[in-house]
Design a binder for this molecule. Structure first.
Ligand code: SF4
Length: 382
């Protein structure tokens, strides 16, 4: 404890490649206290902050990984009503889990929560573990999520380094390289400045600073508790940091999608394989357009290959554009009529004929929800 309270004069961020940045002289205790006192005045009042239950905190951490706070709040509340304990989650049906997650995106998060809950029940009798290594061994939990859970639920001095924190620390130290090239140094800095007496509040404060003042655009430096030690602000380069990696533009995929009707007014849907993007979710069948192929020919070919049936492709229903993390997709959706053959789950886990009224029971990816909405509008207009 005495070591952490020692005054620090300067902090180099170095690796074998040389010096990446340097904090100005500061009193580490001042740095901690100024942030904590700002947090007491201006910290956000978020539902998971009223809890010390590691399960509730874990759920919030996972939901917040790729989603904004205001979107997460209603999902978080619904999730805990639906699955109040780790045991409840572990014993539920995966389809129910995916349905509750529907609309939040990045569904691997929900599948991992579910698998991890089962692991916790089997290995720890349903009690969330409180050791860093054990937490990081659970599916879907990396070092920063583990640090967030252990500091918030168990008051352990475990550092965090999510996107907001990376930005704050990069500016604090005026790092002249993209954060991805100084990860070890940023972890070291997060660990060094963490207040061992108030790890829970300190980590929450750091996240709030990044979310509310040290924002991507127009950081509010005049009101920031760290504007004295902040290197980027003192150099007037806060808006130029963090430096960004250059990324090639995202590829675009064009997909032909079939809404296949049978004679009983039912629609054919299929469940995607567990592994891979959107695993375990239901969708309207279809596939990627080949070079030189028309949408109609693509749909006919894909349905034959994927489900082993013959269809007639009819009118266009809707075109949906959607962006995933690694590509853009355009779904060209057509009404189709089933002609012959029994649908087979050749490239999916399961197929089912459902009515439009029944379709809400199944978890679908976001882009497919627009198709369902268009079908409803079609039905109400006819
Ligand atoms: S002074 Fe500005 S750039 Fe520096 S940490 Fe505060 S908000 Fe971020």
């Amino acid at each position: 404890m005495a070591t952490s309270r020692r005054r620090s004069r300067a902090h180099n961020l170095k690796d074998s490649a040389g010096s990446y940045g340097r904090l100005p002289s500061f009193d580490i205790n001042d740095l901690r206290q100024s942030l904590l006192s700002w947090y007491r005045q201006s910290g956000r009042d978020l539902p998971w902050r009223q809890s010390r239950d590691p399960y509730a905190i874990w759920v919030s951490e996972i939901m917040l990984q790729q989603t904004q706070v205001k979107t997460v709040i209603p999902y978080y509340q619904r999730w805990l009503q639906q699955f109040p304990t780790i045991q409840d989650l572990a014993e539920s049906d995966q389809q129910q889990v995916l349905k509750t997650w529907q609309g939040l995106g990045y569904y691997a998060r929900a599948r991992n929560l579910y698998r991890a809950a089962q692991q916790i029940v089997q290995q720890y009798g349903g009690e969330f573990p409180d050791q860093l290594e054990a937490v990081m061994a659970l599916p879907g939990i990396g070092r920063t999520t583990a640090g967030g859970i252990l500091s918030a639920a168990f008051h352990q001095p475990t550092p965090i380094l999510d996107g907001n924190v990376k930005r704050v620390l990069t500016r604090l130290a005026a790092l002249k390289v993209p954060p991805s090239r100084a990860i070890a140094q940023l972890w070291k800095l997060s660990e060094t400045i963490l207040d061992p007496d108030s790890p829970r509040d300190f980590n929450q404060a750091l996240m709030d600073l990044g979310a509310t003042l040290c924002t991507v655009h127009n950081p509010n430096c005049p009101n920031c508790p760290w504007n004295r030690p902040c290197q980027a602000y003192n150099l007037g380069i806060q808006s130029q940091l963090p430096m960004t990696e250059s990324h090639p533009p995202l590829p675009r995929k064009s997909i032909g999608v079939a809404v296949i009707w049978n004679g009983e007014g039912q629609i054919l849907i299929d469940r995607r394989p567990q592994s891979g993007l959107l695993g375990g979710l239901w969708e309207f069948p279809g596939g990627k357009l080949e070079p030189g192929e028309t949408i109609e020919a693509c749909i006919q070919r894909e349905i034959r290959e994927e489900l082993g049936i013959e269809i007639e492709v009819g009118d266009r229903l809707i075109t949906v554009d959607h962006t995933y993390s690694h590509f853009h997709v355009t779904l060209n959706v057509h009404h189709c009529r089933h002609i012959s053959g029994e649908p087979q789950p050749i490239e999916c886990d399961e197929v089912r004929w459902v009515t439009l009224a029944e379709i809400d029971q199944y978890p679908f990816p976001k882009a497919n929800l627009q198709i369902i909405e268009a079908l409803r509008q079609d039905a109400s207009g006819s």
